[in-house]
Design a protein around this ligand. Structure first.
Ligand code: NAD
Length: 257
């Protein structure tokens, strides 16, 4: 049980990476607060944990609204009395996000609000709770697109994930002596609803896969396994990292045929 005795908060827990991570954290002994905007599916994640003998609560929250994020952290403390692990993972990839010329300002604002402000607000309210619990681990979901330039553009998304990397580094440095580790998880392209609906033709999917040495999309559970490592004490000397889990994408200059 790699998270025995820990309390974890996972945002975006209704779906994809967040759901898989909430389930895996619970299977490894954590008590888990599942948070998402989508009430029913989020409740289903918490219910699955409880049905499996674990402890979980479901909190409906919009990560881009400060009062809701504050209430989300308070609900976690109310239920479980502490906070040790926070996975700020909720995010969007808007279908109208494209290059700088064609992307509307409101798509930029919306994407930055959820993906960047949402992570900032999470950290703002989680840090004091983790500090009061004696320390812990914050994991912020960024993306490989914050490291590599992509020819299939999503300018707002890319910028928002760059912000996540930058704020993660600063948080890691500022809070290192408080026993609070802060890392960014950088997934490669995954076979989740979020990306598959963005790459909505076979041609677009193949265009992305050409760059992945392993030749396949990643799975949400493979991100959950990385998040588990960053959450657990096994990663006790890891902080401020861009933790890349991408099938080799960022290492590749030319990929094998
Ligand atoms: P997903 O769409 O399956 O899950 C995202 C979850 O976030 C959903 O349950 C959604 O309801 C929730 N959410 C969205 N806006 C919210 C808000 N304002 N408040 C609360 N919850 C909100 O997608 P996923 O692939 O599991 O993505 C999770 C994270 O991983 C995102 O930050 C995404 O940008 C990142 N990521 C995904 C990929 C990929 O290929 N799928 C690659 C790199 C990074």
């Amino acid at each position: 049980m790699r998270l025995e005795g820990k309390v974890a908060l996972v945002t975006g827990a209704a779906s994809g990476i967040g759901r898989e991570t909430a389930l895996l954290f619970a299977a490894n002994g954590a008590r888990v607060a599942c948070a998402d905007l989508v009430e029913e599916d989020n409740a289903a994640t918490a219910a699955a944990i409880v049905a499996d003998g674990g402890q979980a609560i479901a909190v409906t929250a919009d990560v881009a609204v400060a009062a809701e994020v504050e209430a989300m952290v308070a609900a976690t403390i109310d239920a479980f009395g502490a906070l040790h692990v926070a996975f700020n993972n909720a995010g969007i990839m808007h279908p109208e996000d494209g290059d700088a010329v064609e992307t509307d300002e409101h798509i930029w604002d919306l994407t930055m609000r959820i993906n960047a402000l949402g992570v900032f607000l999470g950290c703002k309210y989680e840090v004091p709770a983790i500090r009061a619990s004696g320390g812990g681990s914050i994991i912020n979901t960024a993306s490989f697109v914050a490291i590599m330039g992509a020819a299939s553009p999503q300018i707002a998304y890319t910028a928002s994930k760059g912000a996540v990397l930058a704020l993660t580094r600063e948080l890691a440095v500022v809070h290192a002596r408080e026993n609070i580790r802060v890392n960014a998880l950088c997934p490669g392209p995954l076979r989740t609803e979020l990306l598959m609906s963005f790459l909505d033709t076979d041609e677009k999917k193949q265009r992305r896969l050409v760059h992945v040495p392993m030749g396949r999309f990643g799975e949400a559970v493979e991100m959950a396994q990385a998040a588990l490592f960053l959450a657990s004490d096994e990663s006790s000397y890891v902080t401020g990292s861009d933790f890349v889990v991408d099938g080799g994408l960022t290492a590749a200059y030319v990929t094998p045929e």
